[in-house]
Design a protein around this ligand. Structure first.
Ligand SMILES: [Zn+2]
Length: 213
């Protein structure tokens, strides 16, 4: 049985910079190395990070109803508390706008969680089969070599990634993440082939790489 450790950090920019930067190694390698005088020891540190932050110090930047009173500089300073290298290591950046009353009071309950779970279980099973005999068990942990083996894409997808690097300024590490997320989106659809639509969706999840202002 595999156990997943989930770490949830609310108000991410409120954490001290050195604490946040210390997450970089375990997020990348699944281990943490501690050095004390002459001794260095590595420990397993495989976990899923979920973090939340406001778009600005007052919390209303981009809000449809409330006015944001922060200056552009304050907003930039606030967002800069999360470094680029840390953002690079987070697979999905998702903006969550405030919910409208009609959506809250509507009768449409959306897709039931049990059906979503079925889809996730199938995608997980597909990944376990794919990585049988490998050191990894899911797409998120793919090595560079495995990305080359399991994330081959067509010319249209290459053009999208090229555009993401040149126009949106995505780093090599962020592109790496996009490829892994594309693989997962295709798996959730039960599709062994990664299509350009999967790559386009994965690029959408890099909101913070582009900056909010
Ligand atoms: Zn604000």
């Amino acid at each position: 049985m595999i156990f997943y450790i989930v770490i949830v950090l609310d108000e991410l920019p409120e954490f001290k910079r050195n604490v946040l930067e210390a997450l970089r190694q375990p997020l990348e390698e699944g281990t943490i190395t501690i050095t004390r005088s002459l001794v260095t020891a590595s420990f397993p540190a495989n976990f899923m990070l979920i973090a939340a932050m406001n778009p600005c110090p007052c919390g209303y930047f981009g809000d449809r109803i409330h006015n944001c009173h922060c200056t552009p500089q304050q907003i930039r300073q606030y967002q800069a508390k999360i470094s680029g290298p840390l953002l690079d290591r987070i697979d999905l950046h998702i903006e969550v706008p405030s919910v409208q009353y009609r959506a809250l009071s509507g009768k449409d309950a959306g897709e039931p969680s049990c059906r979503i779970k079925e889809r996730v279980d199938k995608a997980r099973a597909r990944q376990r089969k794919r990585y049988e005999g490998n050191s990894v068990f899911c797409n998120a942990r793919m090595t560079e070599k495995q990305i080359k083996n399991y994330c081959s894409i067509d010319e249209e997808s290459h053009k999208l990634l090229e555009m993401a690097v040149e126009k949106l300024g995505l780093s090599a590490r962020a592109i790496n993440r996009v490829q892994k997320v594309s693989r997962t989106i295709a798996d959730l659809e039960g599709n062994e082939k990664i299509e350009s639509v999967h790559v386009a969706e994965a690029i959408q999840y890099r909101t913070l790489d582009r900056g909010l202002i």
